[in-house]
Design a protein around this ligand. Sequence first.
Ligand code: SF4
Length: 321
Amino acid sequence: MLKVTDLRVTFRRSVKGQFWSAGKSLRAVDGVNLEVAAGETVGLVGESGCGKSTLGRAVLQLVRPSGGRVEFEGVDLCTLSEAQLRPYRRRMQMVFQDPFSSLNPRLTVGQAVAEPMRVHGLAQPHEIPARVAELFAMVGLSPNTANRFPHEFSGGQRQRVGIARALAAQPQLLVCDEPVSSLDVSIQAQIVNLLEDLRARLGLAYLFVSHDLAVVRHLSDRIAVMYLGRIVEVAGKQDLYERPLHPYTQLLLDAIPGTDRAYEKTRAPQILQGEIPSPLNPPGGCTFHPRCPQATARCRQEAPVPQPLAGGRWIACHLHG
Ligand code: SF4
């Protein structure tokens, strides 16, 4: 359904009224390849600032890529005008991290959910209230609450409204950008379960962006690990969690506490040292080398090229290829 090829997003921003020179541009997404099949959930993980949210927005053309291709059912969205993009925007919707800021405070939540149906002509005016009620029930909200405003809801309820609004456009793909990271842990599980249930009922595909590998594990079929604008490892869920190959993936997974308390007390997890470098001034060679416990002289000189491995797995690391 979705095929991303050599995607690049470069920002130039003004600093104190001056524009960065061409050489000082910020490469938020740097040559990403990724595919999502119909009905599949691909988790996209990495630390804050690694470019994963920008990649999600670039897939939907909310940020226009600087290069590469985003093909949705064979059509390269990067070549389309805003008017030509409109039908594709309906079929690919976004669920935002903060549903409060994505909902208009002056519209009731019922009006917010009805809006995509009106904009895209998906229902006759007299059909809309029943369709809104159906969507509310689908996401676990009482249809009687449709006349309330966003501020009258809790964070978890607002996220349910955000999901209902995305579903109102009848999409095939949802890009979920950290949809549970601002919620309490107990509410996170409810929203993750809701998304899983909706996927099964509606046959949706998800690109699920999160910094939390535990959340991604629950939902994903495959997982892509991103570091400083690049995908460093892609693998099926089981392969990635049971046999992570890239040193960055290994460190991210090692930081997740297990459920066996006795074992956790004796275990000494490897620590991911330092901060993610600025994409304005990325390290040479493998960009992970300053933090990598397995780095060699070659890693400081030469950027690894992504290599295919058995089982549809990909990795960008000199230790594998
Ligand atoms: Fe570490 Fe070298 Fe692999 Fe980069 S290429 S992840 S520095 S071992």
